[in-house]
Design a protein around this ligand. Structure first.
Ligand code: FES
Ligand code: FES
Length: 160
């Protein structure tokens, strides 16, 4: 039931766990994830207007800029944050290839790469470039990021 402020208890599925949380109509998914009730800080606030991709998470298999998504729109979807990819191939390859400098953009790139691998059976340079162009790295470490994504694709067999 909604309160006079519009707050109500929503149901969210985050990294395989179902949580019931009080949300306000104006809450973004980014603020929900980073707030006290969830405390997942992997998605980062950057531009907060949809340009940089630091806040990227995956919703039902597709990358979404969580600063541009209302929390209420994310109910009853499968939400994956970088914390949900712990010890999986993409972050392992980012570490192995040193595909980060300050690291602020890294979780966003990892989530985009993860979604690309979910949705693309075989990748090539052009496909990787196209997927990664949604995100910005201010430290300009794009070559290593590209190599890490290639390595993750090859580790899964890249369609074979
Ligand atoms: S913080 Fe969401 S796109 Fe920049
Ligand atoms: S590693 Fe610093 S912004 Fe990308």
């Amino acid at each position: 039931m909604k309160s006079i402020t519009g707050a109500y208890e929503g149901v969210f599925h985050i990294n395989g766990q179902t949580r019931r949380m009080v949300v306000f109509p104006q809450d973004t998914l980014l603020s929900l994830l980073r707030g006290h009730a969830v405390s997942l800080s992997g998605a980062k606030p950057g531009c907060e207007n949809g340009d940089c991709g630091a806040c990227t998470v995956v919703l039902d298999g597709l990358p979404v800029k969580s600063c541009m998504k209302l929390a209420v729109e994310s109910e009853d979807t499968a939400i994956t944050t970088v914390e949900g990819l712990y010890d999986t191939e993409v972050p392992k390859q980012f570490l192995d290839k040193w595909a980060f400098q300050c690291g602020y953009c890294t979780s966003g790139f990892i989530l985009v790469a993860y979604a690309m691998l979910l949705n693309t059976s075989r990748v090539n340079d052009a496909i990787i470039t196209e997927w990664l162009r949604s995100n910005v790295c201010r430290c300009t470490g794009y070559q290593e990021i590209h190599e890490a994504v290639w390595a993750a694709a090859n580790a899964r067999g890249n369609g074979t």
